[in-house]
Each structure stands twice: as C-alpha cells, then as structure tokens.
Design a protein around this ligand. Structure first.
Ligand SMILES: Cc1cc2nc3c(=O)[nH]c(=O)nc-3n(C[C@H](O)[C@H](O)[C@H](O)COP(=O)(O)OP(=O)(O)OC[C@H]3O[C@@H](n4cnc5c(N)ncnc54)[C@H](O)[C@@H]3O)c2cc1C
Length: 196
C-alpha cells in the first residue's frame, strides 16, 4: 500500500501547516465521488478495539454489540470474575428459594448440582478447588436455612483462599432474599405447590 492510500501515513506525512493537514485528512476520509472507487480508506478504528478500551476504562458496554466494519454481532468474553459472580448469584438464589422441607429428590438434586459444577465449571482451577471444598464440606441441604448457610460457608472458603473478606453468614437472607415473583411462581416446586 502506498503512503497515499493509507490515511494515517498521509496524515503524518502530509503537511507542515495544521490547516493543510486537516484538509488533506478530510479529503482522504471523504474523497470526491469520482475518486471513491480507486481510493478506499481503511477503517480508522474497529468497534471491537473500542470495546476492549472501554472495558479497560471500566465503561459498561453491552455484552453483545455490532462490529462496525462487518455489521455482525460480536460477543465480548466474560471474565472469570463475572462468571463467578453470576454463578454465586444463581447458587445463593437457589438457597434462598429452597423449600423449608425439601423432598429427597430436591436434596439429591442440590448434591448433584454441586458435584456437576465441580466437574464442568468452566474455570479448571476453580472447579478443581471446588472439588476439594466439597470433599471437606459435604453438601447440607436439609432445609432452606441449612442450604443457604452451607452455601455461605463454602463461598467463604473460596473467599478466604482468594484473600477476600469473609461474609457474615447471619446476613445471608438479607443479602439473598427470596425472589420477587407473583403467586410464588419462583418457588422451587413452582406455583402448583401454592395451591396444595
Ligand atoms: C464454585 C466457585 C468456585 C470458584 N473458585 C475460584 C477459584 O478457585 N479461583 C478464582 O480466582 N475464582 C474462583 N471463583 C470466582 C470467585 O469466587 C468470585 O466469584 C470472583 O473472584 C468475583 O468475586 P467478587 O469479589 O466480585 O464477589 P463474589 O465472591 O463473586 O460474590 C458475589 C457477591 O456475593 C456476596 N457474597 C460474598 N461472599 C458471600 C458469602 N460467603 N455468602 C453469601 N454471599 C456472599 C457479596 O455480596 C458479593 O458481592 C469461583 C466461583 C465459584 C462459583
């Protein structure tokens, strides 16, 4: 590519006076109609670059956005921390919604869920560590209170290993209260249990 085809090089090399330089740069960005087929400008920036800059600057961007140059959706990968927060949110919410008198199946389901998480959680270091945590702290899911306290405890084990603050488990119900769902539609058993 010659210097005259590249707007950045043209911008740098163009001229000694600022006014001339701006004129030349604008001419590159907006060529005369008869000039357009022969002189394509390369994009000055791509949206994906801007997204990573925005992330560095801690600006919130949508997780799916459009890449300006190709107009296709671009997924922004989650970080390990975002995945962790989302997973703890799910687990503590299950704890908050768990029945006071769970069925055997519900108790089994929680144990299985934790075992599965410790195998397929998409962060190998976390999954391996969680396996050890489960071995040392078997799941306790005899009631809503028991499960939410157990979750709080194992979350604190992970917190401690990461040098984070320990959460006061007496406040777990205040932090992770029941979901705001009409007619108990968010109950683990669903709204049918409301009627019975
Ligand atoms: C099963 C599992 C294992 C993980 N293992 C690892 C690992 O080995 N290495 C690693 O780098 N990351 C690991 N993570 C991710 C890590 O735990 C955090 O989620 C991540 O570092 C983000 O931390 P955070 O400070 O934003 O808050 P998080 O720890 O994600 O907590 C989210 C929110 O929960 C509340 N909270 C905090 N502690 C408790 C508690 N004890 N009980 C109830 N609520 C609480 C707080 O309000 C907090 O803001 C793991 C995540 C999960 C789900």
């Amino acid at each position: 590519m010659s210097g005259s085809d590249n707007p950045v090089q043209a911008f740098l090399h163009c001229c000694s006076s600022v006014v001339q330089c701006v004129h030349a740069h604008i001419a590159h960005l907006f060529p005369a109609p008869d000039d357009r087929s022969s002189k394509r400008t390369s994009p000055l920036f791509s949206l994906s670059t801007e997204l990573s800059r925005a992330r560095d600057a801690k600006i919130v961007v949508p997780s799916v956005s459009l890449n300006e140059s190709i107009q296709k959706p671009v997924a922004v990968p989650l970080t390990k921390e975002e995945l962790g927060r989302a997973t703890w949110t799910l687990l503590h919410t299950i704890g908050a919604q768990f029945p006071d008198n769970p069925t055997r199946q519900q108790k089994r389901d929680v144990k299985e869920l934790m075992a599965i998480l410790s195998r397929i959680y998409p962060c190998k270091e976390c999954a391996d560590h969680f396996k050890e945590v489960l071995k040392a702290n078997p799941v306790q899911a005899g009631s809503q209170a028991e499960l939410s306290q157990w979750l709080c405890h194992v979350h604190n084990v992970v917190n401690r290993s990461l040098g984070k603050l320990i959460f006061p488990c007496q406040r777990v119900n205040a932090r992770w209260g029941k979901l705001d769902c009409k007619d108990r539609a968010c109950d683990v058993q669903g709204p049918s249990s409301f009627a019975s």
